[in-house]
Write a protein of this length. Structure first.
Length: 258
């Protein structure tokens, strides 16, 4: 009897070993979120996503997100419940289907926003894709990127002017979250939360650090720069959130002729 049972088990094992593995459609949805803010959508140039096989680095799929930044009342509620769905049908996402025949460890690499290249940031997360599981349900996969869009509006790059010991040059900067969400009163991103500063450099030497003042317009900061002598200066503007430790920067150059 034991020999019969062993023979049967051996036959089953051989049968299982001979059964080919078939690839199964596995649907995936990935969204890219600005940390402590909304999603990176088309209004700021969208985000780009690369999904790699973690075992060999091969690219399985890549593409840009499409859609908007999402709804503030879904994402930025004071306390979001566990498993709460914070996306809707219009929220920026990249959707695709992969044919995989075995559990596949992947690295999801995200970058953006591509409409503000000076503030381009990257992040990544590891996931296991199991054949036939639905990765589009609920929120799908969300990867967060920390940072700010910082855009020096004036003076423009490589600004040249005549040095005037009595004069000043206006510095104006636009600062938003990576989703394009404006820093302004009566929003989840109040001006008093953030530190926006300009460092004035000559060569590698920091000459001054100046706190920028919030203007009436959403996201706009500025000050008037005064220089002691002619020369070429580099202005580096930074935004910082002391609670999330996020930062962003942009820079410009000014040449003052004698």
């Amino acid at each position: 009897m034991k020999k019969v049972i062993l023979a049967s088990l051996t036959s089953c094992a051989l049968l299982l070993a001979a059964t080919p593995a078939y690839a199964v459609d596995t649907n995936v949805k990935i969204s890219v979120k600005s940390k402590d803010a909304l999603f990176i959508g088309e209004s700021v140039g969208a985000a780009y996503i690369i999904v790699r096989d973690k075992r060999d680095g091969d690219i399985l799929v890549e593409g840009s997100t499409t859609g908007n930044s999402g709804k503030r009342d879904l994402v930025m509620t004071p306390s979001v419940a566990r498993d709460a769905v914070i996306v809707d049908e219009d929220t920026s996402r990249f959707e695709f289907s992969l044919d995989i025949y075995e559990p596949t460890p992947v690295t999801v690499e995200v970058s953006g926003p591509y409409g503000q290249m000076q503030s381009l940031a990257k992040a990544s997360a590891d996931y296991l894709l199991i054949p036939g599981k639905d990765y589009t349900q609920g929120n799908g996969i969300i990867v967060e990127i920390p940072g700010f869009i910082v855009d020096v509006m004036s003076p423009p790059a490589n600004r040249k002017a005549k040095f005037n010991a009595e004069g000043t040059l206006p510095l104006q900067v636009n600062v938003t979250k990576l989703c394009g969400c404006h820093i302004d009163k009566d929003t989840p991103w109040p001006p008093e939360r953030y530190e926006v500063e300009a460092g004035i450099y000559r060569g590698e030497v920091l000459l001054a650090s100046i706190k920028l003042e919030k203007a009436e317009q959403p996201g706009i900061y500025g000050t008037n720069l005064k220089f002691e002598e002619a020369g070429t200066y580099r202005v580096v503007v930074t935004a910082f959130d002391s609670k999330t430790l996020e930062g962003g920067m942009d820079s410009t150059t000014i040449t003052l002729d004698p």
